[in-house]
Design a binder for this molecule. Structure first.
Ligand SMILES: *[C@@H]1O[C@H](CO)[C@@H](O)[C@H](O)[C@H]1NC(C)=O
Ligand SMILES: *[C@@H]1O[C@H](CO)[C@@H](O)[C@H](O)[C@H]1NC(C)=O
Ligand SMILES: *[C@@H]1O[C@H](CO)[C@@H](O)[C@H](O)[C@H]1NC(C)=O
Length: 154
């Protein structure tokens, strides 16, 4: 009995997340190596995407001032090439029309920075290790649980 209840709850949660993914996007958000140790998740809208644009503009010279309703998540991290320490880390929702991984740096000493950049478009996908969990494996898990549930109930 308890097993059935727990399974039903798990499936409800999974299905809920899938529905949320259709309705909108949430991304982890932070703008420095220290704040990115505990990033918070934010819903993508004009406010949060604008915030990302202004963080990007603080260290890049060619961020286009785009406003659309198409969002993605990004983790853009710069390292000091000499020692791999993080110089800058920006996570957030951004307007997908911005070529976020191909912006020109103009921050001081940026010539010695190495870049790591990853974009994705499902809920909270821009955080390690959550990002290693692909959407398809998530869907497979949900379907497997659903199958188990059907077997338990029928
Ligand atoms: C977002 O940025 C655009 C362009 O810079 C600006 O016109 C708009 O007012 C901003 N919207 C919000 C909600 O901050
Ligand atoms: C980089 O360029 C942008 C746009 O020209 C400017 O707003 C910003 O202050 C610059 N940042 C630095 C660190 O030079
Ligand atoms: C962002 O990406 C960098 C480089 O891959 C990684 O070290 C860091 O942990 C990521 N940030 C978060 C909050 O997942």
């Amino acid at each position: 009995m308890w097993m059935k209840c727990i399974l039903a709850l798990v499936v409800a949660a999974l299905v809920g997340q899938q529905i949320a993914a259709v309705e909108g996007l949430s991304c982890y958000t932070c703008n420095s190596p220290s704040s990115c140790r505990y990033p918070s998740s934010q819903y993508c809208n004009v406010q949060t995407a604008n915030a990302t644009s202004s963080w990007l503009s603080a260290i890049h010279s060619n961020v286009p001032s785009i406003v659309t309703y198409d969002y993605k998540c990004v983790n853009l991290t710069y390292f000091y090439a000499s020692n791999n320490v993080k110089a800058q880390e920006i996570l957030g929702c951004y307007y997908s029309a911005i070529p976020v991984c191909n912006l020109n740096l103009n921050a001081t000493n940026a010539y010695s920075w190495a870049k790591s950049c990853r974009t994705c478009n499902y809920n909270n996908c821009n955080h390690n290790p959550a990002g290693t969990f692909s959407k398809s494996s998530f869907t497979i898990m949900a379907s497997a649980l659903l199958l188990i549930l059907v077997k338990v109930f029928v």
